[in-house]
Write a protein that binds this ligand. Structure first.
Ligand code: PLP
Length: 384
């Protein structure tokens, strides 16, 4: 059976060139980068070359890039340190952030005397910028941190980083963006963007799992989550995973090199997917898109979140039935095996009734083809 992977917002296949590079590093560079002998120095060169490559891919300085184990760690670290070390007394975020933000904010609210405010959303789930400005205009004692994701991992809505960053500057607030879904998939120039902190994760851009990064603009000093050695300026103790970091750098470098070509291909596939879905099921609804007679194309180019006009009793079996046919997508709403909770993102934008209907998140990469989309549509047609 030909397998079809359409769940690239969950994770992506590692590029073969990245695997080759990592294998070379693992085989030849086993030194500890903190050691002063030649083995250590050689590993340190890999580490710092990787940092340089990553920094230049996103318009940052090497000294602004800190390596972590994943996007979740980076998000936890920046939020916690902002409260603990940077005097943040208010966090402004949204209800449709990833749980790595939402659960961390709740934990911080329990532990510290901070105020948490959630920005209002437009009907499609996009951030209401005027609503954000109204919150920021309402001054509080102490610093405010705004934490809003760049691209939503479930519905693909896009935040205007420039606009939000400028608002934050105007109101003297810090700005963090969870850019896990956009790094490696769109151009970012942090030298020009008014963003203080961003978060990324290598496995979302065809790199290895277990490695991520935090970008910290040069004027901020964070304190560690984990205490120990002097790695990462003493901000993040623990021997660096040199092969993972080298893999992340290679993956980001390649994603940036191939970006224009791959984005064009993926976007064409997305348009084709939406056309085919609409033709097969004229009543489909595209969650996250604006509807004014026709659907807009405002969500991120690699993601479609579709509500299928099937009866609600089909909801729990669709993913399973697709999986039986070798097709991997992700749930958009309602139950998933292992989870009985509906999507907290769709819960913010759909009526309770629509939330029960089967929604699917289909997320594409450069490896996907029209034939794979045809296979998905054909499979869905047998279920309607
Ligand atoms: N933030 C967003 C927007 C994500 O999509 C994810 C992963 O799904 C994460 C954070 C967590 O990243 P990681 O899997 O590297 O911990």
């Amino acid at each position: 059976m030909q397998k079809v992977y359409l769940d690239n917002a969950s994770t992506t296949r590692i590029r073969p060139e990245v695997i080759t590079h990592m294998a070379e590093v693992m085989a030849q560079e086993f030194g500890n980068p903190s050691s002063t002998h030649s083995f250590g120095r050689s590993a340190k060169v890999i580490l710092e070359t990787s940092r340089k490559k990553i920094a230049s891919s996103i318009g940052a300085k090497s000294s602004e890039i800190l390596f972590t184990s994943c996007g979740t760690e980076s998000n936890n670290w920046v939020l916690r340190s902002a409260v603990k070390d940077l005097g943040v007394k208010r966090i402004v975020t949204s209800k449709i952030e990833h749980h790595a933000i939402l659960h961390t904010v709740l934990a911080l609210q329990n532990e510290y005397d901070i105020v948490v405010e959630y920005v209002p959303l437009e009907v499609n789930g996009a951030v209401d910028y005027q609503g954000l400005e109204n919150i920021l205009a309402d001054e509080v004692q102490g610093k405010t941190l705004v934490s809003l994701m760049h691209v939503n991992n479930e519905i693909g809505t896009i935040l205007d980083l420039d606009k939000v960053g400028t608002l934050c500057q105007n109101y003297n607030a810090l700005f963090h963006s969870d850019t896990v879904q956009s790094v490696g998939k769109t151009e970012l120039n942090l030298e020009e963007l008014p963003v203080d902190f961003i978060t990324a994760s290598a496995h979302k851009f065809h790199g290895p799992k277990g490695v991520g990064l935090l970008y910290v603009k040069k004027n901020y000093v964070l304190q560690p989550l984990l205490f120990g050695g002097e790695q990462e300026k003493g901000w993040r103790a623990g021997t660096e995973a040199v092969h993972q970091i080298a893999g992340m750098a290679k993956a980001l470098e390649m994603s940036c090199q191939e970006l224009k070509k791959e984005r064009l291909h993926i976007h064409e596939l997305k348009i084709y997917l939406k056309e085919q879905l609409t033709e097969a099921f004229p009543e489909v609804i595209f969650n996250g898109e604006i509807f004014d007679g026709t659907y807009s194309d405002t969500t991120f180019y690699n993601l479609v979140n579709v509500m299928l006009p099937f009866s609600t009793d089909k909801t729990s079996m669709i993913l399973f039935a697709l999986d039986m046919k070798g097709i991997a997508v992700s749930r958009g709403s309602a139950c998933q095996s292992g989870s009985v909770r509906p999507s907290h993102v769709l819960a913010e934008i759909l009526s309770p009734e629509d939330l029960q209907k089967p929604s699917l998140r289909i997320s594409l990469s450069h490896e996907n083809t029209k034939e794979e989309i045809d296979a998905l549509i054909m499979a869905l047609k047998t279920m309607g």
